[in-house]
Design a protein around this ligand. Sequence first.
Ligand SMILES: [Zn+2]
Length: 179
Amino acid sequence: MTNECRVYVACLACYVEGKLNGQWMTADELDIAWDHDWSDDNGKRILCPHDEHEEWAIHDYDMHGVNLGEHPDIADLIELMRLVDEDSDYAIALELVKGVGADYDAQRIMEVRDAMVCYDCRGDWAREMCEDIYHAELEALPHFITHTIDWDWVGRELEYDYYTHDVGYATYAIHVGEF
Ligand SMILES: [Zn+2]
């Protein structure tokens, strides 16, 4: 078993005729197939046996939860698959950007991956951020005040300025100012 991203490319003409013909492909396989108009290195058709069938659709994704629809730009898709193969955090960055509804390409996904933060506990995240930013102010307060701060509540307030995407118990967040 490999963890490499794969997509299922279906022959659309066959699909319309009620036959499911297609092929799971990794980024490298997709790259070659796309370059050769859905033929392999030897000229053999990849999606189905019919030479005249040229239409395609991506019918399934095995890409850490990413789904870019039936007709993504294939060159972009290959680039994104390679990024996610490198590090699955790129899939999370991609989901964040898609959730925002912003345009994306590989460059943008790399920027978002670098800018996003991850936390299991919203309260800890909020406390650490506030201790960084308001270090002097918090130090000046007596402990009976700082010890009663509801950091989870602070975190909830802070999250209004973030786009978030949950993966299991982890939250990935990026500041709205990044868009
Ligand atoms: Zn076909």
